[in-house]
Design a protein around this ligand. Structure first.
Ligand code: G3I
Length: 323
């Protein structure tokens, strides 16, 4: 059986993958991506980001995002929409402006009402705010935090909720998979900032860009997921899972360790009722973001560069089948 079907049989909503505009013309790649029994959910890796959707103030462009949304629709796959307010891949007209609070608030609201409005009805969820925190739990320096402090978070969630009341609204970040300063800040800063704005947060997305050899235990991962539910989120998900090697090529033992780590992450989601699903950050090493950002690292996904299943695929499939 295939991963999404197994995840659904185990009580989850989906097992999915990110994809991107540059690779959707690769027919061998598409043959696997388009199989909704394998991947029942898709996230656009780039096309809905601010730099693509509003490259110039007030001029909206949906070509890239629409191509992925259409693919998901055609394949009968859920769409996780990604992402609205992020310090990265932000056009310079936003990041370089000298805005008053009122101006930047209006810029955020206009961006969100247009983009979320365009995709209204198509998104299972939106990653409304992405990566707003530093590792020590303080607010990351960005044009948003500089001008608005933590209030930009609530402003964004409020606007997203207005524009599509049916999309679930997520805070999404990395290194939230274990309990520490950053995860505590989600609980003590991010969730309260949203509630203080009179808005709702539906979900916390743990990106889960992990490293073979440093993945927490299944029990610790599950306990951290649960901590977000206890803090007032309604659901959680692993939104960008990959588990990379820091040196290449992997040994056979290494591939087995990677498989065990994948099983722990997927197992943690199985252990927490409110964990709705798992998205891998593309399914094949052929199209992973990792080698370009961490040269010498990689081999992080379930399929290798030749689109062959790796031991980690078998490991994920077994843990889902056992649930
Ligand atoms: O579109 C241009 C293309 O025209 C140009 O020829 C090419 C040459 O470099 O670059 C293309 O843009 C690249 C874009 O991906 C689309 O492929 C950017 O350089 C590259 O920086 C960008 O990387 C993306 C990265 O976010 C940017 O921060 C990755 O694909 C994407 O997987 C990655 O995803 C992020 C999540 O959104 C948030 N969490 C972390 C995750 C991994 O970094």
């Amino acid at each position: 059986a295939q991963l999404h079907s197994l995840a659904v049989a185990a009580g989850k909503l989906y097992f999915g993958s990110a994809t991107d505009n540059g690779e959707i013309t690769d027919t061998a790649y598409r043959a696997i991506l388009d199989n909704a029994d394998e991947f029942g959910q898709i996230t656009p890796g780039n096309g809905q980001k601010w730099q693509f959707t509003e490259p110039t103030q007030g001029q909206f462009s949906y070509t890239s995002g629409d191509a992925i949304a259409a693919l998901a629709k055609e394949n009968n796959q859920l769409l996780r929409c990604h992402t609205l307010v992020w310090h990265s891949q932000l056009p310079s007209w936003v990041s370089g402006g000298s805005w008053t609070e009122a101006e930047l608030t209006s810029i955020i609201e206009t961006h969100i009402s247009n983009v979320v409005g365009h995709y209204k009805g198509a998104c299972y969820s939106w990653d409304v705010v992405n990566e707003a925190l530093n590792e020590d739990g303080t607010l990351r320096d960005s044009i948003f935090s500089k001008v608005l402090g933590s209030s930009f978070i609530g402003i964004a969630f409020h606007a997203a909720g207005q524009a599509d009341p049916d999309a679930l609204l997520y805070y999404n970040d990395y290194n939230l998979e274990w309990t520490g300063s950053k995860s505590k800040a989600v609980i003590n800063t991010v969730i309260p900032a949203i509630k203080a704005a009179g808005a709702e947060i539906d979900g916390v997305g743990c990106q889960a860009h992990l490293i073979v050899g440093s993945v927490p235990s299944r029990a610790d991962l599950a306990a951290t997921l649960k901590s977000y539910i206890d803090a007032g989120a309604r659901e959680v998900a692993y939104t960008e899972l990959d588990i990379r090697f820091s040196s290449l090529p992997p040994t056979d033992d290494g591939l087995k360790t990677q498989g065990d780590a994948y099983a722990d992450v997927v197992g943690a989601c199985l252990d927490v009722e409110e964990c709705v699903g798992i998205t891998i950050w593309d399914y094949t090493d052929k199209y992973s973001w990792i080698p370009s950002v961490f040269p010498g690292s990689g081999a992080a996904l379930l399929y290798d560069e030749n689109l062959e299943k790796k031991p980690a695929w078998t490991s994920v499939s077994s843990i889902l089948a056992a649930a």
